[in-house]
Design a protein around this ligand. Structure first.
Ligand code: MN3
Length: 203
């Protein structure tokens, strides 16, 4: 069963004014679609065809050299955007509650300190990449950036929240203002979804 481009859980214009409609159309319909297609092409006919994306990316360093680069870039791109669409939504933002809020406070001191650390990791990621909140293999929350389409799954972590800082994610509206994009992006974060990701990763 090949991977398929997931439907957006909202309309292309739903994240206005923070992310504009044209950016969303291109980002989902061209970029994410392209990663999905190339990911399938890379694993088709290999032992990895039919495996979960978590299993494939968790073993990326063991993949045959002939497909490793394509899987790293396109499998990562497939998985990263799948999460990205789900952790955003209209009428969102605010702060986490419950067990996730407790864990963030314990790990980073406070929600504001977490936000500053996350935003700094995303803002200072050189070139194209992502900012992440992930759960590591020891059950600790971690904040960091990754280059290109590298996923926390590639180092055995579970991504809980991610922000795309490739220029295609923000340049049309914000130009070189990655920081302004990130500041506004917090208004889109679905903390209920991040909390579900956290609960699932803890099991
Ligand atoms: Mn992208």
């Amino acid at each position: 069963m090949a991977f398929t481009l997931p439907e957006l859980p909202y309309d292309y214009n739903a994240l206005e004014p923070h992310i504009d409609e044209e950016t969303m159309r291109l980002h989902h319909g061209k970029h994410h679609a392209g990663y999905t297609k190339k990911f399938n092409a890379a694993i088709e006919g290999t032992e990895w065809e039919g495996k979960s994306v978590e299993e494939i990316l968790g073993n990326v360093n063991a993949l045959d050299a002939s497909i490793q680069g394509a899987v790293r870039n396109n499998g990562g791109g497939y998985a990263n955007h799948d999460l990205f669409w789900k952790v955003m939504g209209p009428n969102a933002g605010g702060a986490p509650e419950g067990a996730l809020a407790d864990a963030i406070n314990a790990a980073f001191g406070s929600f504001d300190e977490f936000k500053a650390k996350f935003q700094n990791a995303a803002a200072t990621q050189f070139g194209s990449g992502w900012g992440w909140l992930a759960l590591d293999g020891d059950g600790n929350l971690q904040v960091y950036g990754t280059a290109n389409q590298d996923s926390p799954l590639m180092q055995g972590h579970t991504p809980l929240l991610g922000v795309d800082v490739w220029e295609h994610a923000y340049y049309k509206k914000y130009g070189p203002g990655r920081g302004d994009y990130l500041t506004n992006w917090w208004n889109l974060v679905r903390w209920d979804v991040v909390a579900e990701n956290f609960a699932a990763a803890k099991k």
